[in-house]
Design a protein around this ligand. Structure first.
Ligand SMILES: Nc1nc2c(ncn2[C@@H]2O[C@H](COP(=O)(O)OP(=O)(O)OP(=O)(O)O)[C@@H](O)[C@H]2O)c(=O)[nH]1
Length: 681
């Protein structure tokens, strides 16, 4: 155990944070980091934008224009009075509540229209109480210095699966509110999000939220922020988003500390699309940040990477509902709706420019998100394959991290193999497809991508995300599986239990550091396949919800992996196959057949369930037949009559077995996630 004293930790962690940010930058910065120059150009005195006095109504310029513009809704200010900021935090530390309170405090939404989680517009977000998609809102605020500012707020998700959304919103901002729960302190995603903000060269404003709670310890949490993140907390705001405490201080700090966007309205239009979605009534809606120039209703524009042309039918701002305006200038955040033909034309990360006077270079887009987990998605009704393809296409424009390709399986028919950032992402996509596109789906067990090296000289390495398509043992040389760097932050009481969990999941211990009184950071190198199953649930249950985790891809490593096949009623059930480590194969096989026995309903015939590695059966069980009481009507009478009835029943069952098809419920496909692989054989 290599504990280090807090003061030493401060230097070490701060150094590490910067070093990591720089290393990721690779000198030139990564895609999102390069979006803004490291040093922001100073504001020049000359301003090319026509500046309207505060609260001057914006009037449509063209005759016959269809756009309805509310003259009271839009305040135009010079670029020096615009502030673009994100809210970043660990999950449940209060980002959405803070966003709601700021929106209400600035009078952006009338009190009677206020509802909790205003920015979480999807039903799933409200039901689960989590943010999945980034969302933005434009607020007006008259500061203590008497000037009126436009504040563009971008709320971001906190769960590890959605960090890609965070990096996108940060690229559209100059500052970030770092919300930390004053009763909990720095957690794994707090650290990860601060690194992202540092990479984007943002001004970070620490906010200690939930100080209304009796367990709040703002001083301890301030020390932790300084020690672990190396941020200055002398001006940190102590706030409660729920009890409406400290909101004005936060707004003042945003105005004071977040730099205004550079005023480049006189340059050719360049606007970065950071979100886009398909609206069934309006078509493709692109949400963007204008970096240079201006965009107005009626403009002819084009998307620089796809080359797709469009006429701007409507341009507007989010308050947080869409409010049309006539023009948006450099530094502003808004949306546009045009006649974009295909959803694939409006990809997130693309640059909008003017068709007549195009910019020379597009803006640096975003690095492609790399899916971590794959699974098969099949419509229960095979006629709906085309609907599923269309729905995935529309969802992908809103969810850049989702990827898919067609797949065919003898058991399941036609479907798609889809890639996700994690299990929660996978669950959400399935739920959105079912709700928003009215589809009924079957999801197969998730799998990571293995690299399979072959004996064949021509095709040396294949990526395998579908266990059923793993080449036979005789043809392959070795299998490599992805490893991740895993970071756990936990109260000291649970260190032992979490170390045991990580070791059981084949983790290799790397380091342990003490963050502050009673809190510890554990580092492991661990196979991704072990983390994406039920690791997070297990972590939460072992630490009574207090530990948090974060992981990032490390490398591929050779391991002794085998394919575990499952046979139901003598037929291989391809969608249930999985790739496991050889040492765990027996426990997994046993657990899987037992779990399937629980989940598959009894039928009129006996169903054998077997697990096998190659030709070798390693575990088997069976579901006994449901017996119809054929003797019910046979009161008393001769025994030979009963025997005759039972014999007839047996003959009928045999026929059913021959033709019968076992109905496997959706939960059975996920059984592999629920197996305790460490149970004794
Ligand atoms: N007591 C107290 N509770 C708060 C405060 N702020 C937020 N909460 C509660 O904390 C919980 C999580 O708040 P959210 O705003 O949904 O947290 P979040 O960070 O947006 O969560 P994700 O979007 O899922 O990452 C909710 O139950 C809130 O009511 C606060 O200042 N005081």
């Amino acid at each position: 155990m290599s504990g280090i004293a807090p003061s030493a930790a401060r230097g070490a962690t701060l150094g590490a944070a910067r070093a990591r940010a720089l290393a990721r930058d690779g000198g030139g910065g990564d895609a999102s980091a390069r979006f803004f120059p490291t040093r922001r150009p100073r504001l020049s005195g000359r301003r090319a934008v026509r500046v309207r006095a505060a609260d001057t109504p914006v009037v449509p310029k063209r005759k016959g224009e269809r756009v309805k513009i509310d003259p009271n809704a839009v305040l135009q200010v010079p670029a020096k009075n615009i502030r673009n900021f994100s809210i970043i935090a660990h999950i449940d530390h209060g980002k959405s509540t803070l966003a709601d309170t700021l929106i209400s405090r600035t009078g952006t939404v009338a009190d009677r229209d206020m509802e909790a989680q205003l920015l979480d517009s999807m039903d799933i977000e409200r039901e689960r109480g989590i943010t999945i998609k980034l969302n933005s809102a434009r607020m007006n605020y008259t500061a203590r210095n008497g000037e009126t500012y436009v504040l563009n707020l971008i709320d971001t998700p906190g769960h590890v699966d959605f960090s890609y959304e965070v990096s996108r919103s940060l690229a559209a901002c100059e500052g970030a509110l770092l919300v930390v729960d004053a009763s909990q302190g720095v957690e794994a995603q707090t650290v990860a999000n601060v690194y992202l903000a540092l990479e984007n060269d943002l001004e970070i404003i620490p906010v200690l939220n939930k100080i209304d709670l009796p367990g709040a310890e703002p001083e301890r949490v301030c020390r932790e922020i300084e020690d672990v993140l190396g941020l200055d907390t002398s001006q940190a705001v102590q706030a409660s988003a729920k009890a409406n405490i400290g909101m004005e201080d936060i707004l003042e700090q945003i105005v004071e500390l977040v730099p205004p966007p550079p005023d480049t309205a006189d340059q050719p239009l360049r606007a970065l699309i950071f979100d886009s979605y398909f609206d069934s009534y309006r078509g493709v809606v692109c949400v963007f940040r204008v970096v240079d120039g201006t965009i107005s209703v009626g403009d002819q524009v084009k998307l620089m990477n796809t080359g797709a042309p469009a006429t701007v039918d409507e341009v507007g701002i989010m308050r947080p509902n869409k409010v049309p305006v006539t023009t948006l200038s450099a530094g502003e955040v808004g949306y546009f709706i045009g006649n974009i033909k295909s959803v694939a034309d409006a990809r997130v990360g693309d640059t909008i420019t003017s068709a007549k006077k195009p910019a020379k270079e597009p803006l640096e887009g975003y690095a492609e998100a790399t899916p971590m987990v794959y699974c098969g998605l099949f419509p229960t009704d095979s006629d709906r394959y085309d609907d599923l393809r269309e729905a995935l296409g529309k969802l992908q424009i809103n969810d850049a991290a989702l990827c898919y390709e067609p797949e065919q399986s003898s058991a399941m028919g036609f479907g798609f193999r889809c890639g996700f950032l994690g299990l929660l992402h996978m669950e959400i996509v399935q739920e959105r497809l079912e709700r928003e596109y009215n589809l009924d789906l079957i999801t197969t067990a998730p799998s990571v991508v293995y690299k399979v090296y072959m004996n064949d000289a021509e095709q040396t390495c294949v990526d395998c995300a579908n266990p059923a398509s793993l080449p036979d043992a005789g043809k392959r040389d070795r299998i490599e599986e992805p490893y991740v760097n895993l970071e756990l932050i936990t109260p000291a009481d649970y260190v032992g239990s979490l170390m045991e969990l990580s070791t059981q999941r084949r983790g290799e211990f790397i380091d342990m550091t003490y963050l502050s009184e009673g809190r510890t950071c554990l580092k492991y190198e661990i196979p991704l396949g072990e983390v994406v199953t039920d690791f997070f649930d297990e972590l939460k249950s072992r630490s009574k919800g207090y530990a948090s985790m974060e992981y990032s891809f490390l490398e591929y490593r050779k391991n002794d992996m085998v394919r575990l096949d499952v046979m139901i009623n003598g037929e291989p059930a391809e969608p249930l196959a999985c790739i496991v480590h050889k040492d765990k194969a027996y426990a997994m096989g046993r657990g899987l057949v037992d779990k399937l026995k629980e989940l598959i309903p009894r039928q009129m015939f006996r169903i054998p369930i077997q697990a096998a590695i190659g030709a070798k059966i390693i575990a088997s069980t069976s579901i006994s037949a449901m017996r119809k009481d054929v003797l019910a009507k046979c009161y008393g009478g001769d025994i030979s009559r009963k025997k005759k009835l039972l014999k007839k029943q047996a003959a009928g069952k045999k026929r059913m077995k021959q033709f019968g098809k076992v109905e496997v419920p959706q939960e059975a496909f996920m059984a592999v996630l629920k197996v305790d692989q460490n149970a004794p054989n």
